[in-house]
Design a protein around this ligand. Structure first.
Ligand code: ATP
Ligand code: MG
Length: 314
């Protein structure tokens, strides 16, 4: 279930997506495959997990393994600059200042961030990484942000496809009108139309790859806990609705068979170090400590028990 050339690891926050993505990619690279590991999570802990500094361009981690952390802020800025460049080439000079003002505003609107991130993913898949193609990576592994975000991102090909289609339609009608006005009926060459057409072609190409069960798959990481299970159920159903292929699940943080007193002592020792680090890093901030419970938090009474610990410093 982890073999597809395009592999998305998804799941609720904190279940171990980054850890599993890094572990799988390292294993695959050490088995002789060329792997690109991509983090699309703006919180970027992939570099931390691999113990190395990563940037916005693929860079080598070990033999066979490259990694990149897509920075949506930077991608958004780059995207806006690209749009401005296109506009400068196609808009009358008296309109450029106003057009750029509009574009800057659009760049701060909801969705711009996702659109920019999506654009970068499109470029990675079609131009740079070309997973499963000759000369490309054998596999591209995406370590994604928590579930909802990814599903929205992957439905963008549909949304953007429909949006670009609408623009193309209007631009085409406009060009035909103009041709009639000019009298000769010849539809003029139009760089905007060409640009939109190219965009539609790329969106369709990515969409085909993502919907191709041979090429692309989702694997969900979850922990055996109430909330991750519920969120994963919803996400699996939502992906199915969009005809995206879910290849399997990775259940992480399962108590080992031999979880006895020695295991607990080991966990406690590891925890003691981390608790000390928390005190060191956050000495200036007040803190409350809540005990790990024997079972999941599922009832109001469970929440009340936690509320008591929030009120009473340990
Ligand atoms: N099997 C495991 N045993 C012990 N600790 C683990 C295990 N898997 C992950 N962890 C730890 O759990 C924490 C969360 O893991 P990780 O960052 O991989 O989750 P994530 O799903 O990527 O989180 P986010 O949603 O914030 O991106 C990390 O500190 C990691 O080291
Ligand atoms: Mg992560």
């Amino acid at each position: 279930m982890l073999e597809h050339p395009i592999l998305f690891l998804s799941g609720k926050g904190g279940v171990g997506k980054t850890t599993v993505a890094a572990a799988h990619a390292l294993g695959a690279a050490e088995a002789g495959r060329r792997v690109l590991l991509v983090s699309t999570d703006p919180a970027h802990s992939l570099g931390d997990a691999l113990g190395t500094e990563l940037g916005g361009e693929p860079a080598p981690v070990t033999a066979g393994l490259d990694a990149v952390e897509i920075d949506p802020e930077a991608e958004c800025a780059r995207y806006i600059e690209r749009v401005k460049g296109n506009i400068r080439a196609t808009v009358r000079s008296t309109l450029i200042a106003e057009a750029e003002r509009q574009i800057d505003m659009a760049g701060r609107s909801p969705g711009a961030y996702e659109a920019a991130l999506f654009d970068r993913i499109v470029a990675l898949l079609l131009d740079e990484a070309r997973p499963g193609e000759p000369g490309g990576y054998d596999q591209v592994v995406f370590d994604t942000a928590p579930t909802g975000h990814t599903v929205r991102l992957l439905t963008l090909p549909e949304l953007m496809g429909a949006w670009v289609d609408g623009l193309l339609h209007r631009r085409g009608a406009h060009n035909r009108d103009r041709a009639q006005w000019l009298g000769d009926g010849e539809v003029p060459e139009d760089p905007v139309y060409e640009l939109l057409n190219e965009r539609r072609r790329r969106i369709a190409a990515v969409r085909d790859r993502l919907l191709d069960r041979e090429r692309s798959a989702f694997v969900f990481v979850l922990t055996p806990e109430h909330l991750p299970i519920e969120e994963t159920r919803r996400a699996v159903a939502e992906l199915a609705e969009h005809r995206l292929y879910v290849a399997g699940l990775i259940v992480n943080k399962v108590l080992p068979e031999a979880a006895d007193g020695a295991f607990l002592a080991q966990r406690r020792a590891a925890e003691a170090e981390h608790l000390a680090a928390i005190e060191r890093h956050f000495a200036a901030l007040p803190r409350r400590y809540i005990a790990l419970r024997g079972a999941d938090v599922r009832s109001l009474d469970d929440l009340r028990a936690i509320a008591a610990q929030l009120r009473a410093p340990a």
